[in-house]
Design a protein around this ligand. Sequence first.
Ligand SMILES: [Mg+2]
Length: 368
Amino acid sequence: MKITEIHVYQKDLPIVDGPYTMSTMTLHSIDTTIIKIITDTGLTGWGEVTPLGPNYQPQHALGARAALAHMAPDLIGHSCLNTLLLRRHMDALLNGHNYAKAAIDIAIMDLIGKHHGVRVCELLGGATSERLPAYYAVGVGNPDESARTAIEKMKQGYQRLQFKIGGRDIATDIEVMQKIWETVGRKVQIVADANRGLTATQAKQFSLSCRNIPLIMEQPCNTMEEVKSIRSQVCHPLAIDENLESIQDVLRAISMDVCDAFGLKISRLGGINTMATVRDICEARAIPHSMEDTWGGDIVSAAILHVAATVKPEMLEAVWTSGNYIEEHYDPENGIAADSGHFNLPTGVGLGITPDESRIGQLLASYS
Ligand SMILES: [Mg+2]
């Protein structure tokens, strides 16, 4: 099964009830890049990459499309069945840019699943569950509105709620967290995610002032070194997310003993196969982790679910996709969205997503 055509599309995904606010940005819509790979067998595979705006991380939408334009002509004729050789070929064509390679990797895994008549999760070792726990992420808000959302989402079945903090007076973040704790208590796991937005001093102030709350602090500061510097001085378990851009970063975080848990993003790490490698490293070292991505549509959401379904259940903290935050699904029948605080694993072969091509945006480039 060889690649004969690659088509690249762009679409803006509007955010439900937007804008969505984090410590470093406010977003009304997300720029996603979709790829369609056609093979000499007639099978079609779908991939997607959706950086969260241009200043969340070094990855950005134009960068993804430039990297794909650079690699795509040299991928024509390559076998889809040899994923390791394809990965090495992409690395030889272009240094870094794991997020653009992730879109190719996802499409290739979709194709291999369809070729063998199995789901992607079965290519990765098998699903432990058809229903996966979701977490809900709540943008930076004031105490009353955050507490209201916490109650609403708890009633919908979410057992883990993540609240964005940072980018403002730390006293307000503390006030918000105390209000949430008064409102929902131990009924849900509370996570405070600063997305790198706190100084070490602010992170310590936040933790000491919330020592009565059994929350998890996620990515409080910018670098692994800053997070490591506060680890022994805070009252809460620490997770890192944005600092993990490669397998090498994962190994470095483990060797530095920088945190208690990981937030893993499939595109940033390089796709389904890299995510599966990190899954195995986490299992070997008993590191709990969430599986998620930097937003995106049904294609990348399905990819996350297939990997997450193969994680040892004790290690899987929760799953996040932006399916509930995006107004439109590419696949009107099998679109990904959480229901009662859980995601259902897609049932069809490959990723289990069949995009309606009228919903995938504008065709930007074709290679054959
Ligand atoms: Mg995070």
